[in-house]
Design a protein around this ligand. Structure first.
Ligand SMILES: Nc1nc2c(ncn2[C@@H]2O[C@H](COP(=O)(O)OP(=O)(O)OP(=O)(O)O)[C@@H](O)[C@H]2O)c(=O)[nH]1
Ligand SMILES: [Mg+2]
Length: 259
């Protein structure tokens, strides 16, 4: 009893025929549940992957970070030994503060309220795994032409000639969005074929709705650029927002980790 043949006599390769709409519907429902389950599993796996990258980032940036040297002319560049990531952005955007927040040290990179004080490329060695390069800021008012020329020679020369440079982080003040000087910087990076990622800074100073707006506008503009990552990371060196995420991202560039 209960044998397939007993049910209408149409046995097809040992499977019971689907007879009623109710049965059909319940099979479809079961299939849909399977698809949902699979996508939940996929999402959980992506979460786990992200969590392990965040943990790798935490460990990397817990390593000792030491100031190596400041370079005012291309002839003074250190030997290229480790992968490098450069921090670019308008003066006062928060480059040095971000490096301090990433490394958990308040006084590693010198911060100041005086725009354009730093005129050098400052190299920091993070645990023999990754070199962080704090670049001199740009875009401050009334900069004398001689200084701008010197900046351009130094920064452009570094970006074009540095084989170990894995990525640039372009910092943009979330209160102001992209300025022409940022556009010039991104064009320089596009031409030098250095991949870059835009990071919004000081988001503790704006409202959530303003962050949405500046993110949308910025993304809209950078997605047409060849060397730009089509994503943003919103950060605050004050509150620590986005810092773990940026550490995780930078970990993929470091020695001994494949992206
Ligand atoms: N509220 C707030 N202030 C910040 C943040 N990041 C930086 N600042 C402040 O902004 C000012 C400039 O920061 P720096 O890190 O020195 O900026 P910089 O880009 O290195 O500037 P230059 O070296 O001149 O190019 C300092 O007064 C910082 O305290 C942030 O996330 N939130
Ligand atoms: Mg600085």
């Amino acid at each position: 009893m209960g044998h397939h043949a007993a049910r209408g006599g149409q046995v097809l390769s040992g499977t019971a025929p689907i007879e009623t709409d109710v049965e059909k519907a319940s099979l479809i429902e079961a299939a849909q549940a399977d698809v949902e389950k699979a996508s939940l599993i996929e999402a959980a796996q992506a979460d786990a992957q992200k969590a392990s990258l965040v943990e790798a980032g935490r460990l990397l940036f817990a390593r000792e970070c030491v100031f190596m040297l400041g370079v005012a002319a291309l002839s003074g560049l250190p030997d290229a030994s480790l992968p490098e990531v450069a921090f670019a952005g308008r003066s006062n955007v928060g480059k040095s503060s971000l490096i301090n927040a990433l490394t958990g040290r308040n006084t590693l990179a010198r911060t100041s309220n005086t725009p354009g004080r730093t005129q050098e490329l400052n190299f920091f060695n993070l645990g023999q795994r990754l070199i962080l390069v704090d670049m001199p800021g740009y875009g401050f008012a009334n900069a004398p032409k001689g200084l701008v020329d010197k900046w351009t020679r130094l920064v452009n020369g570094f970006l074009k000639g540095r084989a170990v440079l894995r990525r640039a982080i372009v910092l943009v003040d979330s209160r102001h969005g992209l300025k022409d000087s940022d556009r010039d910087m991104m064009t320089m990076l596009d031409k030098a074929a250095v991949v870059y990622q835009v990071v919004l800074t000081k988001v503790d100073k704006i409202k959530a709705s303003e962050l949405d707006e500046v993110s949308r506008r910025t993304l809209d503009e950078i997605k047409g650029r060849v060397a730009a990552y089509p994503s943003l990371i919103a950060t605050s060196s004050e509150t620590g927002l986005g810092i773990a995420e940026l550490r995780a991202e930078l970990t993929t560039l470091s020695q001994g980790v494949s992206p």
